[in-house]
Design a protein around this ligand. Structure first.
Ligand code: NDP
Length: 403
């Protein structure tokens, strides 16, 4: 029985993780949950999973949560209600909860950074969905992983595909899993991208893109922020940086290929020129489950892949003119240091402003580019945690001021 903590349990990753726990009650149990503001869903999750601790990001909502739980008839709620804690310190305590074996990080954005670090410092294994943490703070997170011995299992579908393809290829001497030390036999990574909501739109048509258009993903069902990131292809750019930190390859050996069917979830080329790919329907439960069961494979009743039903798999080079965010991400990744944190924060803030209809879709890359440009004079090559947190806030303020 593996004890699981779910950070961001009310989101798309969080709810799918809890579905898996329900599918395998003999294998997994929930010990900690964290959420932002969705009290109704969180209360249902507490009722169903009976965790030991629950943390709410918004501390002011704790008494409302207590009221909701107390209003549940006694015979329908767990005998012992969980310990309820709130705010940043509450999230950190829940993330490091003693009885947990694996922490699934499903918080969206850089808000996941400090809880993730708490989990790592407590020596927990991680199923990392919250890519923004690694992108913003790779230079801080990787040494912490080495120090604590926490194992980082990628839950992002592309990185899970790479991780799965790498099973059986020996790691470097003394290397930990996915902690930025290149696997000696690995030559190249190819990240596949569906092309997002606008893949069939012309650059001219993008001028008319609305929020409603941007949050309709053709293949994947995900939270709003990552769905907009998929529409700008910033998600793929962020994944390039994530792959660099996880698998240790330089940026010239991490490529993007558009694959509209989202059946191949990514590929690796080994030094002997063999190419390995991982295939499946676009369903996030699979990479999450693999983090939870690794290195074992559990028998699922899920829809099985039938390639004759798919018919054709096609591949295209990405259009960097239509989607400038990819090149911005490569440039920030290659610069390293604090620059990916600035790129990430500017993107988070620009996407949030777009979702509130304060800026146009096409403003997103322009805002990110000018914020990164402005950061060049204060750039730090070897940042500490405080530096990352500082530039994260700085970049958000710059974006807000601009708007
Ligand atoms: P959602 O928006 O669906 O869920 C986000 C979760 O984070 C919710 O539980 C939300 O709480 C919580 N949250 C929001 N703000 C804060 C905060 N300031 N402090 C603490 N918790 C907060 O996001 P997704 O599940 O789509 O994505 C989560 C992460 O996983 C992202 O980093 C994303 O890039 C990554 N990812 C997601 C995939 C997917 O299929 N969804 C695929 C691959 C990666 P509440 O709702 O209660 O306010």
């Amino acid at each position: 029985m593996k004890a699981i903590s779910v950070l961001g349990s009310t989101g798309s990753i969080g709810t799918q993780t809890l579905e898996i726990v329900e599918d395998f009650p003999e294998k997994f149990k929930v010990v900690a949950l964290t959420a932002g503001r969705n009290l109704k869903l969180l209360a249902q999750q507490i009722q169903r999973h009976n965790p030991e601790v629950v943390a709410l990001a918004d501390e002011s909502l704790l008494s409302d949560l207590e009221d909701i739980l107390n209003a549940i008839p006694k015979n329908e709620r767990p005998a012992n209600l969980p310990k309820l804690i709130g705010g940043a310190s509450g999230l950190n305590v829940a993330a490091a909860w003693d009885s947990a074996d694996l922490v699934v990080t499903g918080i969206v954005g850089c808000a996941g950074l400090l809880p993730t670090l708490s989990a790592i410092r407590a020596g927990k294994d991680l199923a990392l969905a919250n890519k923004e943490t690694l992108i913003a703070a790779g230079p801080v997170v990787l040494p912490e992983l080495q120090k604590s011995g926490s194992r980082l299992l990628p839950a992002d579908s592309e990185h899970s595909a790479i991780f799965q393809c790498l099973q059986g290829t020996p790691l470097a001497n003394n290397a930990h899993l996915s902690t930025g030390v290149p696997t000696p036999g690995l030559r190249r990574i190819q990240l596949t991208a569906s092309g997002g909501a606008f893949r069939d739109w012309s650059a001219e048509e993008l001028k008319k893109a609305t929020v409603k258009d941007a949050i309709s993903h053709p293949n994947w069902s995900m939270g709003q922020k990552i769905t907009v990131d998929s529409a700008t292809l910033m998600n793929k750019g962020l994944e390039v940086i994530e792959a660099h930190y996880l698998f240790g390859l330089d940026y010239d050996h991490i490529e993007i290929v558009i694959h509209p069917q989202s059946i191949i979830h990514s590929m690796i080329e080994l030094k002997d020129s063999s190419v390995l790919a991982q295939l499946g329907w676009p369903d996030m439960r699979l990479p999450i489950l693999y983090c939870m069961s690794w290195p074992h494979r559990l028998d699922t009743p899920w829809r099985r892949l039938n390639l004759t039903e798919v018919g054709q798999l096609s591949f295209l080079a990405p259009d960097t003119h239509k989607y400038p965010c990819m090149e911005l991400a490569y440039a920030a990744g290659q610069k390293g240091g604090t620059m990916p944190a600035v790129l990430n924060a500017a993107n988070e803030e620009a996407v949030s402003q777009f979702l509130q209809e304060k800026i146009h879709f096409l403003d997103i890359p322009k805002i990110i580019e000018s914020t990164c440009e402005k950061h060049k004079s204060d750039f730090q090559a070897d940042p500490r945690l405080d530096d990352i947190l500082f530039v994260d806030q700085w970049a958000r303020e710059i974006v807000r001021e601009k708007i």
